[in-house]
Design a protein around this ligand. Structure first.
Ligand code: ARG
Length: 458
């Protein structure tokens, strides 16, 4: 049997291998809802412009509705021989309404059709991801408010740096996810032009009204150049770029959860619902979900690379290479949505060990900078000199095997005679965090204000 759609040109049917390499139905069936939605908008436009008789148009629209119902009910038989979602739907339409089904493809091609379907899909996904990120932000901001005064060590180079608050740490991620949402919304804005009616590549001689179709599908306007319309996959690339950056943020948070929940850190404990055990070691509580969020960054960033490579060097306009755009996008966006939900769940019921955090914040000379600042503020010591004096004091404490706080005043005065008892105030980690009231600083008062501002906004 030759192909029903273009059999006129061919004497025999494709080989099995040809069918296997060519067919996209196994994955692009996901676009069924958008494909039918776009076809309905197209046929309505064809009727409105008088290109199709109203009676034909309504037969087609009814048939499309029936197909929608069949697919929703799981009664639709997808066929590989029919290559892709577009031809599967059109073929079924012909079975239902007969030859008039052939009029649906007037003034369009699968090239503008697939670009439109895919844009509709990606636009919906962006909506879901953006909402998911907002949920994750809310979970983090809620924890930030609860833990606004929970002191923990802040790190640079993963070495104890200065005391911060856990709330402040949570809010750092809220900021990152805000930028991620912005990137997705930007992508959605640029995406929102309708390719339908560009036909194969050159436009069409039928008196189509592309503004009509664009409006019906919720696009801001039709795309301006028919060649660009069918060649463009920037919208998918841009979405994958935004997804890759967001995934890196998710991964960093996931990594911190892995660190915090390790017994060596002991800063937090994951709930039972987000932990796994070991089949051999009965004591284990493994952070598998966090590890998988971290790992999924690989497939998301990989999908971005894959599509970049598919698009690189493709001459205008459509080429079949572009059929390879869908799987990476489906896979990456699925992984991203799952990662976002998993992290929101982990954050919402993470049990914070405030005592362990505070203890760690008071060790490893985390308040050394406070001591140097004290010398600057009280003895008018130039900061560089204060840094040197403090370094000497840290070395002394290290030699004695004690914290800065445990040094005797006489020890301190042995290094800098001007130091008074008052210095001990700034060596306490909670006080240190509390003093960081500069704009954007870690002080609990700042964290409370920022967390409330976010919660109100989200
Ligand atoms: N299945 C194709 C895709 O996903 C649809 C477009 C086919 N166009 C064509 N000229 N063969 O890209």
């Amino acid at each position: 049997m030759t192909n029903t759609m273009w059999g006129g040109r061919f004497a025999s049917s494709p080989s099995d291998i040809m069918e296997e390499i060519n067919a996209s139905i196994d994955f692009d069936k996901r676009l069924w809802r958008h494909d039918i939605e776009a076809s309905k908008a197209h046929v309505a436009m064809l009727a409105a412009t008088g290109i199709l008789a109203p009676s034909d148009a309504s037969k087609i629209a009814d048939g499309l509705d029936q197909i929608l119902g069949e697919i929703e009910a799981g009664d639709f038989k997808f066929s590989r021989a029919l290559e892709d979602i577009h031809l599967n739907v059109e073929n079924r339409l012909k079975e239902i309404i007969g030859p008039v089904a052939g009029k649906l493809h007037t003034a369009r091609s699968r090239n503008d059709q697939v670009a439109t379907d895919f844009k509709l899909y990606v636009r919906d996904e962006i909506g879901l991801i953006e909402a998911g990120l907002a949920q994750l932000q809310l979970a983090l901001a809620t924890r930030a408010l609860e833990e606004a005064a929970t002191v923990m060590p802040g790190f640079t180079h993963l070495q104890t740096a200065q005391p911060i608050t856990f709330g402040h740490h949570c809010l750092a991620y809220v900021e990152m996810f805000a930028r991620d949402r912005g990137r997705f919304l930007d992508a959605a804005k640029r995406l929102n032009e309708c390719p339908l009616g560009s036909a194969a590549l050159a436009g069409t001689s039928f008196p189509v009204d592309r503004h009509h179709t664009a409006k019906a599908l919720g696009f801001d306007r039709p795309t301006a150049n028919s060649l660009d319309s069918v060649s463009d996959r920037d919208f998918a690339l841009e979405t994958l770029a935004a997804a890759s950056i967001a995934a890196v943020h998710l991964s960093r948070l996931a990594e911190e959860i892995v660190l915090w929940t390790s017994p060596q850190f002991g800063f937090a404990r994951l709930s039972d619902s987000f932990s796994t055990g070991s089949s051999i070691m009965p004591q284990k509580r493994n952070p598998d979900a966090a590890e998988l969020v971290r790992a999924k960054t690989g497939r998301i960033a990989g999908a971005f690379q894959a599509l970049l490579m598919v698009m690189k060097g493709l001459p205008l306009a459509y080429a079949k290479d572009m059929q390879e755009d869908k799987e990476p996008v489906f896979d990456a966006l699925d992984a991203l949505k799952l990662g976002i939900s998993a992290l929101a769940g982990m954050i919402a019921d993470l049990e914070v060990n405030a005592k362990a955090m505070k203890k760690a914040a008071g060790s490893e000379y985390a308040t050394a900078t406070d001591l140097a600042d004290w010398l600057v503020q009280n003895l008018d010591t130039p900061f560089r000199e204060a840094h040197h004096i403090t370094g000497t004091i840290v070395a002394l404490a290290e030699k004695k095997g004690i914290d800065l706080k445990r040094l005797q005043l006489a020890d301190l005065q042995g290094v800098e005679p001007g130091i008074t008892n008052d210095v001990f105030n700034v060596l306490d980690p909670a006080r240190s965090a509390k003093s960081r009231t500069s704009y954007g600083g870690t002080a609990p008062s700042n964290v409370r204000r920022e967390a409330k501002r976010w919660i109100k906004r989200l």
